[in-house]
Design a protein around this ligand. Structure first.
Ligand code: EPU
Length: 445
């Protein structure tokens, strides 16, 4: 199993370019099940979760090919084509490795009339039910039952309906993706109320529209979809990863560095940038203009090349994670690491996944002063963190620990980085290019 060894204390300097978004790419790939024509995606990150989705799609009769750099191809281009429409089984062995496998449910059901998808179950960040996905599909007329741990869904043709997707913790991102992907081939009009507004949902709507779907309102809480009879192939550019961008901004800030971030989706990071400004970390546009492509309206959200500038003293702040456009839960661990070094008391409240605090116990081992009370953590800033062996079985918690390690005195070993590899493309290489002292080692289990 791989680990990162981080010797802290180096200021990060240089340029980093943000990759395509994992959480956008996964439902985009699943949308290839909606047509038998090819779907080409550009800017697909090279990550373990993407490989798992490609693997799942292959078992569902959909071929997935990445460009081969040895043959002059682009490794971030992926072409997907459904050539066999008979398989409908998303097996437990694959689904249990990646919860996002649930996003094949809507496309399979609406295109093939049936789906048997393993129930994803909980994970390290909480229970993570899929009741809203199922209720939504039932509202479109699907017959749904559970059989030996599998969701069995059937419908001759789905029928448009009004669907409310709000739950106790807000809307659901992948639930909205599933419903939207199902409704595009349904008969009549579907209105999703309390839809997730995340940029990844907007990106999926853009691909579906390029395939011939008729969708209005994506990015707002009401999405209207007029069903069509068939969809065709399309070419699509995946949006940059706002969470990767936020992570690198905070890596720069926690090391008091000077980092230029290319392809940074600032528009999608408003809440995070608002909190960071309060902390004393600001982004300055480098050339004052959006990146190529964004200016022509080809990518959404607007991307910029920005420089991270921070004052030496970090101010404490209150952070509450919320659905987009609120502060993203996927950046909660990273900002906690940063606030560990702020000058006073900060409060972080997690409203999306109230148990997503695997990093707390590990940060305590590095000398942080944290008190957790239910979904809230009181963070009292300390003068410095100290390196330690740490481990967190969650992708973003692991990212928070890497940031803490970059700033800590001494050596931090972040174990089990396969969690990080699910969502960050060669993070250690990108950080080393910025001057961090970080290496990947193999430790026997
Ligand atoms: N929820 C329900 N019922 C449902 C679905 C969700 O109660 O049927 C609850 C969840 O338990 C949670 C809240 O609603 O409390 C929001 O969950 P959501 O469904 O939006 O999460 P998701 O779609 O499964 C995606 C991202 C997560 C990200 C969340 C929230 C992907 C592949 N995953 O998950 O990303 O944290 O939205 O923004 O897009 C990550 O990248 O590390 C990650 C966990």
């Amino acid at each position: 199993m791989d680990a990162f060894v981080v010797r802290g204390g180096r200021r990060l300097r240089g340029r980093v370019k943000i990759n395509g978004s994992k959480n956008a790419a996964l439902p985009l790939m699943a949308a290839a099940l909606l047509t038998d024509e090819p779907i080409t995606l550009e800017n697909v990150p090279n990550l373990r979760d993407i490989a798992s989705m490609a693997n799942l799609l292959e078992t569902l009769g959909c071929q997935a090919h990445r460009g081969d750099p040895a043959a002059g191809g682009d490794p971030h281009r992926m072409t997907l084509q459904a050539t066999d429409a008979s398989p409908c089984l998303a097996h437990y062995d694959i689904v249990r490795t990646m919860r996002a496998s649930i996003c094949v449910l809507g496309p399979l059901l609406t295109k093939r009339g049936r789906a048997r998808v393993s129930m994803p179950g909980g994970c390290n960040i909480g229970d993570r039910p899929v009741d809203l996905h199922l209720r939504g599909l039932q509202a479109l007329g699907a017959q749904i039952s559970l059989d030996e741990g599998y969701i069995v869904a059937e419908a001759r043709r789905l029928k448009g309906a009004k669907v409310f997707l709000g739950g106790t913790f807000g809307s659901t991102v992948l639930g909205t993706a599933n419903l939207m992907s199902a409704a595009v081939l349904a008969e009549g009009t579907t209105v999703i109320e309390s839809a997730a507004c995340e940029p990844e949902v907007v990106d999926l709507a853009r691909l579906l529209c390029a395939m011939g779907a008729r969708i209005r309102g994506a990015g707002s809480p009401r999405i209207t979809i007029e069903g069509v009879d068939r969809l065709h192939g399309a070419h699509h550019q995946v949006i940059p990863d706002r969470i990767e961008a936020g992570t690198f901004i905070m890596a720069a800030a926690i090391t008091n560095g000077d980092v230029v971030i290319e392809n940074c989706p600032t528009d999608a990071l408003t809440a995070a940038l608002d909190r960071l400004t309060e902390v004393g970390v600001e982004l300055e546009p480098v050339d004052g203009s959006p990146d190529a492509g964004a200016a022509a309206g080809e990518v959404d959200p607007i991307c910029q090349t920005v420089r991270v500038a921070s004052t030496r003293r970090l101010q404490p702040v209150q952070v509450v994670t919320q659905p987009h456009p609120g502060f993203p839960t996927d950046l909660q661990a990273q900002i906690m690491a940063l606030l560990c070094l702020a000058d006073g008391n900060s409060m972080i409240t997690e409203k999306i996944f109230p148990d997503r605090f695997l990093h707390v116990a590990e940060l305590l081992r590095m000398g942080a002063r944290l008190i957790r009370n239910g979904p809230t953590v009181l963070v009292t800033g300390v003068h410095h963190l100290v390196g330690a062996p740490v481990m967190a079985s969650d992708l973003r918690a692991s990212a928070g620990l890497v940031l803490a390690g970059l700033a800590a005195r001494g050596t931090t070993t972040v174990n089990r980085v396969y969690h990080l590899d699910r969502g960050y493309e060669m993070m250690e290489v990108a950080l080393r290019n910025l001057g961090a002292d970080i290496e990947r080692i193999n430790v026997s289990a």
